[in-house]
Design a protein around this ligand. Structure first.
Ligand code: C2E
Ligand code: CA
Ligand code: CA
Length: 750
């Protein structure tokens, strides 16, 4: 049924959405913190790489300077040696050349002929070697120069490094002087790229280090397999051409590569770029550590917020369960029903009908077997009702013994109404409880009428209809109709009349409720022996309202006790007037309702009231209907005993209509038996031998009770009663109930 969503239920999204928001925000925060950390790591790494490259650059510069100094020292020695050689005048010989090399402290002295062939050398094996075209010696020959200094170079024959100087002699021959440069090479070798690369590669933060040239080709690398490949990264080009220190982070899949490019300079010129990178393992490892920490925090946040949200959700759900659902049956309760009906009203779906199912029989079960048992039976009822009707309708438990069923497609007033038929079939054919009992149900049906979308009114209609069903021990139902409403309207007016009367009485004003008094006379002497106070209502709007009607309403609306007090007050005024004017006072009987007698403070209250009013208990008589004894005999009888002890008379009203047997009279705390009018009416109708009046009277007399006959309208009835030895007579024959002033006059006339 589509309206089910109007039931009060917890909205889980209210809890899930904030939870998700917290988690998403937190994850975003964590993501940015992790990437921030990674960025910081990269910065560190870059700084390290730059430092390394700078120190390398610096070393190169220093090594250049050192080389220059050493070379100039070697040059000075070679120039000095050359000058000495030029001074040699005699011709050379192998011995002379060797001596010369020793005296000059140089490593090589070679004498060439003009064709470039060594003719003398301090190293014997060199003699006869000829400089070919393209060799530095050959270059010197063809240059036409007299003196030349070579750069440090490898010796063609030995391969060892030397610095050479050449001097042309006047003879056309020339001399080559060489000084070993191995020591110099050793010093400079420390600054070789490969060596630097190896050293830097030992830094655990650096994964790969390479030297690239201007063409971005790797010349040297800690990963030899990459030598000769081209680095195609824009930052590398920028470093080469603009001489800037550049960096980049390259992501490929899960790998992150940190790159740094630091230009290398020699004598102010860029000679290449140092390419340093920290790759995969380091970056991934750092990221993993960060992530691991973050995941822990995320897990804690997830668990704690999840826990809190779950707790809140459960609390709210429990609250909703408690507030909007019946614990025993699990059905939505009265609150839910109002919420539901309000939803129908707001969504303008005010159609269909409701059935109010009342199970007054459950009260009996509760009295007989206890309320737990009754609850169990109710749960069974609820379950079965729900089962047969749930798809079409929504079932609510609105009170201890009541269900309300809302049916969207209910066709009002239709005798063959599907939902109603189902319900009545259930209660007609199915038994409940372990005792297999048929549960009687009273059903009030009301329609959701357009233009009158008022939940309270609707429920009232169903209640009115329900209250008009006849308790017939089976299934009885009533559709609400407007006559019922008129009746209720009348009840409301009467209720208000009663209320204002009570209020008026308290304020000392004359209200619409008054007491009339009907004389009771001695059957034989016809003298007044007492009066019965009877309540009268004269309503401004409704006119005279019979006590049979307004007393019933007062009882239902719990106004009977103040009303009884009002009558007792009027009665006390009448008694005081009697005492004042006639000097004698007869008993005045006041009718006591069952609801009065049931009150725990009834005796106290009544005693105090009588005291207050300045009359005696012995001035009063209390009329109790015999049905009252049925409910709680011991308690009622005890209370009546108190009143009797205090001096009041007790009479048993409407005797014969109820169930108490004559034999029981002995046990009752009563003084008078009041034979119901029904028996008196029979006097004129039935055969004398069918009448039980004489039996009642003699039985009552036997147990010491007086007998009064009420509703005596004819002389014939009176004659009969006199013959049957009835003590007192009350009825229209003598007088109708009259105003207190009239009653007083009657008494005075005697
Ligand atoms: P009830 O206590 O049985 O009162 C006797 C009723 O019979 C009275 O009706 C009275 O007017 C009427 N009656 C008396 N003699 C005759 C007669 O000869 N012929 C006919 N046809 N009727 C006669 P009333 O005053 O209409 O009261 C009806 C019932 O309302 C009373 O029945 C009593 O049960 C109740 N009632 C009246 N006043 C009070 C009251 O103050 N308190 C309570 N609790 N109930 C009251
Ligand atoms: Ca009475
Ligand atoms: Ca009566």
């Amino acid at each position: 049924m589509r309206n089910k969503k109007l039931l009060k239920e917890i909205n889980i999204w209210v809890y899930i959405i904030p939870f998700l928001v917290v988690i998403v925000l937190f994850s975003m925060g964590m993501y940015s913190s992790v990437s921030q950390k990674l960025k910081e790591n990269y910065e560190h790494f870059k700084d390290d790489a730059v430092d390394a490259a700078r120190s390398y650059s610096f070393s190169l510069k220093k090594s250049d300077e050192a080389a220059t100094i050493i070379e100039s020292l070697l040059d000075e020695r070679l120039v000095a040696a050359g000058k000495t050689v030029m001074l040699v005048k005699k011709s050379f010989s192998q011995t002379a050349v060797k001596a010369l090399a020793d005296s000059l402290e140089v490593d090589q002295v070679c004498v060439y002929d003009s064709s470039g062939t060594i003719i003398y050398s301090n190293i014997d094996s060199y003699v006869g070697w000829k400089a070919e075209s393209g060799h530095p010696v050959h270059d010197f020959i063809i240059s036409g120069k007299d003196v030349s200094l070579d750069k440090i170079r490898a010796d063609t024959i030995s391969g060892e490094y030397y610095k050479y100087a050449y001097y042309k002699l006047a003879s056309g021959e020339f001399v080559q002087i060489g000084i070993s440069a191995m020591e110099v090479r050793k010093v400079l070798g420390d600054f070789e790229v490969g060596k630097i690369i190896d050293e830097l590669n030992e830094d655990p933060d650096i994964d790969q280090i390479s030297l690239i040239n201007k063409e971005q080709i790797i010349l040297e690398s800690s990963k030899p397999e990459t030598i000769g490949t081209r680095i195609d990264i824009p930052e590398a080009a920028a470093a080469v051409y603009e001489g800037k220190e550049t960096g980049s982070i390259v992501r490929s899949g899960s790998n992150i590569l940190y790159n740094s490019f630091i230009p290398l300079r020699r004598a102010g010129e860029i000679i290449g770029v140092l390419y340093v990178s920290s790759q995969e393992r380091e970056a991934a490892y750092l990221a993993a550590i960060e992530l691991k920490n973050s995941i822990w925090i995320l897990a804690i946040v997830l668990l704690s917020t999840g826990g809190i949200v779950l707790m809140l959700y459960k609390n709210s759900r429990n609250y909703i369960r408690l507030a909007y659902y019946d614990q025993n049956t699990g059905l939505p309760n009265q609150e839910s029903l109002l919420y539901f009906l309000d939803g129908l009203r707001k969504e303008e779906k005010w159609t269909g009908g409701i059935m109010m199912l009342n199970f007054s029989y459950l009260t009996n079960l509760s009295l007989l077997y206890g309320s737990d048992y009754a609850e169990k039976v109710f749960a069974e009822i609820a379950f079965k009702v729900k089962k047969i009707i749930e798809n079409e309708c929504t079932v609510f438990r609105t009170s201890r013994d009541r269900l309300i069923i809302y049916c969207e497609n209910f066709v009002f007033g239709n005798e063959t109404c599907f939902e109603l038929n189902r319900i009545s079939d259930l209660f007609k054919n199915v038994t409940f409880s372990d005792q297999n009992i048929y549960v009687p149900v009273e059903i009030g049906i009301a329609q959701l009428t357009e233009g009158e979308a008022d939940p309270q009114k609707l429920l009232r209609k169903a209640l009115i209809a329900m209250s008009r069903t006849k308790e017939n021990g089976g299934v009885s139902y009533q559709y609400f109709n407007s006559e019922m409403e008129a009746l209720i309207e009348r009840e409301n007016i009467i209720e208000k009349e009663i209320l204002t009367s009570i209020k008026d009485e308290e304020d000392g004003k004359e209200g619409s409720v008054n007491a009339f008094f009907q004389p009771q006379t001695d059957a034989v002497t016809k003298k007044i022996t007492g009066f019965e106070a009877l309540a009268r209502m004269k309503s401004g709007t409704l006119g005279n309202v019979s006590p049979a009607e307004f007393i019933g309403i007062a009882e239902r609306k719990r106004l009977i006790t103040p009303l009884t007090k009002l009558i007792i007050k009027k009665t006390s005024e009448f008694i005081r007037q009697m005492k004042e004017t006639s000097g004698k006072a007869v008993h005045v009987a006041v009718n006591i309702s069952g609801a009065d007698l049931m009150r725990s403070d009834f005796i106290e209250d009544l005693t105090a009231l009588v005291d207050n009013l300045g009359i005696e208990m012995s001035d009063l008589e209390f009329e109790i209907t015999e049905s009252l004894f049925m409910d709680d005999f011991a308690m009622s009888n005890e209370k009546l005993g108190f009143l009797r002890d205090a001096g009041a008379l007790i009479s048993l009203d409407d005797f014969g209509t109820g169930f108490s047997s004559l034999s029981r009279l002995r046990d009752l705390n009563v003084d008078i038996v009041k034979i119901d009018k029904m028996f008196i009416d029979n006097i004129l109708v039935k055969n004398k031998d069918e009448l039980i009046i004489p039996d009642i009277i003699s039985m009552a007399h036997k147990v010491g009770l007086k007998v009064i006959a009420e509703g005596v309208e004819t002389e014939a009835q009176r004659d009969y009663l006199v013959e049957a030895e009835c003590d007192t007579i009350q009825g229209y024959l003598f007088s109708r109930p009259v105003k207190s002033s009239e009653a007083l006059e009657m008494l005075l006339r005697e």
